[in-house]
Design a protein around this ligand. Structure first.
Ligand SMILES: Cc1cc2nc3c(=O)[nH]c(=O)nc-3n(C[C@H](O)[C@H](O)[C@H](O)COP(=O)(O)O)c2cc1C
Length: 179
């Protein structure tokens, strides 16, 4: 798809992996969020934004939210990458936590990422300790999905990234946006 920009923000590489796999599948132009300005996006019909999940927020998504008025005439698709296992409620949760009302119609996809304790940056190490402390004060039965996955995945290194997860997104694009 020539007229498509895939933009991503990735801290530890999972979202980047999915963005690159997607680029291999559908083409277009691939950008790190830090390398692109809203002006650069004027020429595209379709904008696909991907970001890692950090304490339920999609990394860098304010770039899309804050510039939404310039993007309203475009087709937008969002994907998020996190440690939580996939279930049908997760898209609802991600949208609830990240999408303002006027953006709720935007299609959103979720892919499972990775967690490697050895690669965690020092700022995140402190955050992880604090989060673990907070979460562990709750009754295990009350854990949100991401909290459960967070506690389990931070015990060990895990890599759930898999190209197959992209299938629903690629199918969606082929069905709806193929020129
Ligand atoms: C401080 C911290 C907070 C996180 N919060 C969440 C979260 O809320 N939900 C989730 O599913 N995964 C969470 N994760 C896991 C990351 O989303 C996961 O490692 C993902 O693969 C990161 O993608 P990236 O490497 O492209 O940034 C968190 C990880 C860290 C280090």
């Amino acid at each position: 798809m020539v007229n498509t920009a895939i933009i991503y923000q990735s801290k530890y590489g999972s979202t980047e992996k999915y963005a690159k796999w997607l680029y291999e599948e559908i083409g277009g132009d691939l950008y790190k969020k830090s390398d692109v300005s809203i002006n650069d996006l004027k020429k595209y019909d379709t904008i696909i934004y991907g970001g890692g999940l950090y304490i339920t927020g999609i990394a860098g998504f304010s770039f899309i939210k804050n510039n939404y008025k310039y993007l309203e005439d475009k087709k937008i698709i969002v994907f998020a990458v996190g440690a939580s296992p996939f279930d049908t409620g997760i898209i609802f949760e991600i949208k609830g936590n990240n999408f303002p009302n006027e953006m709720k119609y935007i299609p959103c996809f979720y892919f499972r990422g990775a967690f490697d304790d050895r690669k965690i940056k020092s700022g995140d190490k402190i955050l992880i300790l604090l989060l673990k402390k907070l979460i562990s004060k709750k009754n295990e039965l009350d854990y949100e999905d991401w909290e459960k996955a967070f506690i389990e995945s931070t015990e060990d290194s895990q890599d759930w990234t898999c190209k197959e997860y992209l299938k629903p997104l690629v199918e969606y694009i082929n069905q709806n946006y193929k020129e």
